[in-house]
Ligand binder design. Structure first.
Ligand SMILES: NC(=O)c1ccc[n+]([C@@H]2O[C@H](COP(=O)([O-])OP(=O)(O)OC[C@H]3O[C@@H](n4cnc5c(N)ncnc54)[C@H](O)[C@@H]3O)[C@@H](O)[C@H]2O)c1
Length: 385
């Protein structure tokens, strides 16, 4: 039911498998250091309101932030021949969390015709295997799904983010007559991914989710790699008997997501399947601009909206900053868990409530036919905080 959500950002509470170091606590006790990579296109346009929201949080709580900007993306490649400088990677390594705007432009490409994608490089570099993509229909936002306004949508796609078909990135072989890319599924990553996913489902259940569970989405009927994936899921399910575990083939899952999205809670899947289905679930909750995301590893995490750089609307003040603002809320929830900072968890929830209020009060982004642009939405969220 709408309004009885376990909380869109409820993905944490000891989901980080590494114990916190003293150094990390020290960092948290002073100011939380946030690496800010604005990216390309509408990336910086939606980053600015998200930072304003965090500054307002800073002004009204005991939390302190230190923001450090760094370049990454297609524009940086155009200027320097690199997707991002070493200094950006170092900053991301040292910071407490990474906020990322969308990166890449269709017109800027490597010689092999692929795009500049530092966001994907960061996932590999920091082993950010769990791509967490919540899709919650905020009351007041129109969904294309009939009945969703009554029944609600509140699900989370967990997209494995370091292997699957993307393991082949930059390694594909193309000749005049054929092209090959290889999908990789490893035990090490899958086991951590399933552990993370079951703990998330448990956490959502503890926060009030009724009738939920975890669904493994694969193509185990056709490919050995996915049969292997499913076997490891089944093993993890035995260790988490408190969570209802389901399995679905990805094609059937796509149809069910459109027909009955309210039946889903947490879903876990291979990288490419997650890439596609998480855009679809963003569409179910109003559009790309509504959907936040996090790429989480054992030590680092990147927070960015699901959408891309939207070259068609760049520089026009039309971009919806909601997904970016909600990604900042996810960041606070993750930092709360990592450093035991209750006030950060509360701040994350406060941001979500402010966003909910703004939509309940009738704001309507241009993205779905309304007249409100970036500035209107940003101003309204700040006022509601
Ligand atoms: N994580 C990332 O950094 C990321 C993700 C996806 C795409 N990209 C890159 O972005 C570029 C454009 O990709 P695309 O067109 O496939 O996807 P896109 O998400 O940028 O745009 C798809 C459609 O959604 C709209 N849209 C997206 N975000 C919006 C927002 N916040 N508010 C209002 N409307 C919004 C766009 O105007 C466009 O019509 C490409 O270069 C692609 O590689 C980057």
């Amino acid at each position: 039911m709408p309004g009885t959500s376990p909380g869109m950002t409820s993905f944490t509470t000891k989901l980080c498998s590494e114990p916190d170091s003293e150094e990390e606590f020290m960092s948290a006790n002073s100011a939380l250091h946030i690496a800010v990579l604005g990216g390309d296109g509408i990336g910086p346009e939606v980053m600015a309101p998200a930072l304003d929201v965090l500054r307002k949080i800073e002004a009204t709580t005991d939390l302190k932030f230190r923001f450090t900007d760094a370049p990454a993306g297609a524009n940086n490649y155009r200027e320097t021949g690199k997707s991002m400088p070493e200094s950006t990677v170092r900053l991301c390594d040292e910071a407490d969390a990474i906020l990322l705007g969308a990166c890449g432009l269709p017109s800027v490409r490597y010689p092999d015709n692929t795009e500049i994608m530092p966001q994907v490089e960061l996932r590999f570099h920091f082993d950010l295997y769990a791509g967490v993509r919540p899709a919650r229909l905020i009351p007041g936002v129109p969904s294309p799904i009939v009945g969703a306004d009554q029944r609600g949508i509140d699900l989370v796609v967990i997209r494995e983010s370091t292997e699957g078909l993307f393991a082949s990135m930059g390694k594909g072989v193309v000749t005049d007559t054929e092209a090959r890319e290889t999908l990789v599924i490893t035990r090490k990553t899958s086991e951590r991914l399933f552990e993370f996913s079951f703990r998330l489902a448990e956490r959502r259940k503890a926060r009030g989710r009724v009738g939920g569970g975890l669904t493994c989405v694969d193509k185990a009927n056709v490919f050995k790699a996915f049969a292997f994936f499913r076997e490891m899921f089944d093993d993890a399910a035995k260790r988490h008997s408190d969570v209802k575990a389901d399995r679905l083939y990805v094609d059937a899952c796509a149809a069910l997501l459109v027909k009955r999205p309210w039946d889903f809670d947490v879903m876990v899947m291979e990288n490419m399947f997650g890439d596609i289905l998480s855009d679809m679930t963003a569409g179910l909750i109003g559009g790309m601009g509504m959907a936040p995301s996090a790429d989480i590893g054992d030590r680092h995490a990147v927070f960015q909206p699901c959408h891309g750089t939207a070259p068609d609307i760049t520089g026009q003040g039309k971009a919806n900053p909601t997904g970016m603002i909600l990604s900042a809320a996810m960041m606070l929830d993750w930092l709360a868990d990592k450093h035991g900072l209750e006030s950060a968890a509360e701040a994350g929830e406060r941001i979500e409530r402010a966003v909910d209020k703004v939509y309940a009060d009738g704001i309507k982004p241009m993205e779905f036919g309304g007249s409100n642009g970036t500035a209107d939405i940003a101003k309204a969220v700040l006022a509601a905080l």
